[in-house]
Design a protein around this ligand. Structure first.
Ligand SMILES: [Zn+2]
Length: 209
């Protein structure tokens, strides 16, 4: 497993997509260096051997795990030794980071590129200047006055996260400038189609800190 906690979280989400909580349990008992048998995993995860095998083959299909088998001379059955594929795990983590970086960069550009307006009700959304003006600076939801909204905290939080990801991606040899251009395209499209709410999806990558 990658040592950094954020890397681990990203890997976990990839594994969860492959096979839910059971896949998390199985992958958590696999190691990139030491091999382990499906029986040992079944015992450790308190799962049925067949269910463990199903997940192991799914991880194998996703090139996340690999196995070696030897024939048990006394029984004639094959014994499978499994381990995580370290390079592939790293590759998946980098891919996931690229996706998150692109989303957060587009969101950051959006936050920096507009002035926002909001009423004093927490549950009402924010509006950009054009929208606020069209509504005569009255909230379309509650009719209260729309006032300038300071997004300094949001920009700060996003900048910090984007910087972290940028450094980490550059360390892995990723061309971040390409991703920046992709993020610009994403934002352009979001604005052109008026689907600004879609950008709020990036909130899920910001964590709760
Ligand atoms: Zn309102």
């Amino acid at each position: 497993m990658p040592t950094q906690e954020s890397d681990y979280n990203l890997l976990e989400s990839v594994v969860r997509e492959i096979g839910g909580d059971d896949a998390i349990k199985v992958a958590g008992l696999l190691n990139p260096i030491e091999e382990t048998t499906d029986e040992a995993i079944a015992a450790g995860a308190e799962m049925k051997l067949n269910a463990v095998r199903k997940i192991l083959y799914r991880l194998y299909d996703a090139r996340l795990a690999e196995f070696r088998r030897i024939r048990d001379k006394s029984t004639g059955w094959f014994i499978y030794f499994w381990r995580l594929k370290p390079n592939r795990v790293e590759e998946l983590v980098i891919n996931r980071k690229k996706t998150v970086y692109r989303k957060l960069k587009a969101r950051l550009d959006y936050e920096k590129g507009f002035h926002f307006f909001k009423c004093d009700q927490d549950y009402c959304p924010r509006y950009i200047f054009d929208e606020a003006m069209e509504n005569n600076f009255k909230c379309p939801e509650c009719s209260n006055e729309l006032k300038a909204f300071d997004n300094k905290d949001i920009v700060e939080k996003l900048s910090k996260k984007v910087d972290e990801l940028q450094k980490s991606l550059e360390k892995s040899g990723v061309d971040v400038e390409n991703l920046d251009n992709d993020a610009k395209d994403d934002l352009g499209q979001i604005i052109a189609t008026g689907k600004v709410a879609a950008i709020a999806d990036s909130n899920s990558y910001l964590g709760t800190e």
